[in-house]
Write a protein that binds this ligand. Structure first.
Ligand SMILES: Cc1cc2nc3c(=O)[nH]c(=O)nc-3n(C[C@H](O)[C@H](O)[C@H](O)COP(=O)(O)OP(=O)(O)OC[C@H]3O[C@@H](n4cnc5c(N)ncnc54)[C@H](O)[C@@H]3O)c2cc1C
Length: 277
């Protein structure tokens, strides 16, 4: 129930306005949002880099209803790539297709994504397409596969709570796609997603074990010490270097874990202790 309420609030413009205009909630949201302006977000990315971490910047927003709003989002993403390059940051970009007009027209959306991916490629950088609710999964996999045939600077996200994810991973690996693995954040019906956390976690480990030895650079996105420990174990078993994949976490969440993973070589012991606790 809590997840449903939070998801509803996240879609409410009135609630968003209240959060950003109220002094107390603004202070609270600042812990999790890198900034309200691009310059603030760049500073936060710089701080991550200085702490030994890479960054990915997301211009928050989804489900635009006019082409003009989608083009505005595209322009914002082009500018983010330009500024990342100017500032020589170790950072790339993540975006949502519904923010780039997927609900308006898939062809229009693909044109915008291609222009952003080409800008990413021009800087030898990378554009990640976030995965949204399951009603968008097929269209997202299709669009990413198509854009990838024109530029390799694009990848996407797979959610371990969906039954279909192993098939999607195999299809995406077939075209050399880089994948971020996460558990999944949306409220999904039982006929498309595992309802039990244990099954979502079990599938996460199974999918991670397909991704890690695949030879492509993937992102293992989780704050769950058990998933992290399983990933470290899989990497050790298969002699996969820590430079061949990355852990990803959300800004401001489990900063203790983020710091310790960035600090080497103490990280593995810390994670394993958490795993057994
Ligand atoms: C980099 C990144 C990108 C993502 N992109 C997408 C996407 O494109 N599409 C999508 O659907 N979802 C995305 N997600 C969200 C993801 O699907 C999960 O909803 C979210 O990460 C919570 O799952 P978890 O793996 O952290 O573990 P959970 O099973 O939620 O939690 C396991 C344990 O992790 C720790 N933990 C988890 N969350 C917190 C917290 N907020 N504060 C403190 N401790 C915590 C706790 O110890 C908890 O018991 C992304 C997540 C990350 C990190």
């Amino acid at each position: 129930m809590l997840r449903s309420i939070l998801l509803k609030l996240s879609e409410s413009k009135g609630f968003s306005h209240w959060v950003t205009s109220n002094a107390m909630t603004r202070r609270m949201s600042h812990r999790f949002v890198a900034g309200e302006t691009l310059e603030e977000a760049l500073q936060a990315a710089r701080a991550c880099n200085d702490a030994g971490m890479l960054a990915t910047l997301d211009y928050l927003g989804e489900n635009v209803s006019t082409p003009a709003d989608a083009q505005k989002a595209r322009d914002a993403y082009l500018q983010i790539f330009d500024r990342i390059a100017q500032e020589k940051l170790h950072a790339n970009v993540s975006c949502k297709l519904t923010q780039l007009g997927l609900d308006i027209s898939p062809e229009f959306c693909e044109g915008l994504v291609l222009s952003i991916a080409e800008r990413a490629a021009s800087y030898d950088s990378f554009l990640r397409i976030d995965m949204e609710a399951s009603t968008y999964t097929q269209r997202t996999v299709g669009l990413v596969t198509h854009v990838r045939s024109q530029t390799p600077a694009v990848g996407t996200v797979i959610q371990s709570y969906l039954y279909r994810s192993e098939g999607d991973i195999k299809e995406l690996l077939g075209v050399g796609c880089r994948i971020r693995l996460c558990k999944g954040a949306y409220k999904e019906p039982d006929d498309v997603a595992y309802p039990r956390k244990a099954d979502v976690d079990g599938n996460y480990v199974r999918l991670m074990r397909i991704l890690l030895p695949s030879g492509f650079y993937h992102g293992i996105a989780t704050h769950d010490p058990q998933m992290i420990a399983q990933t470290i174990r899989c990497a050790a078993e298969n002699q996969i270097s820590k430079d061949d994949f990355e852990f990803q976490m959300l800004y401001g969440i489990r900063t203790d874990l983020q710091r310790r993973l960035a600090e080497r070589p103490a990280n593995v012991g810390f994670i394993l202790r958490n795993f057994f606790r």
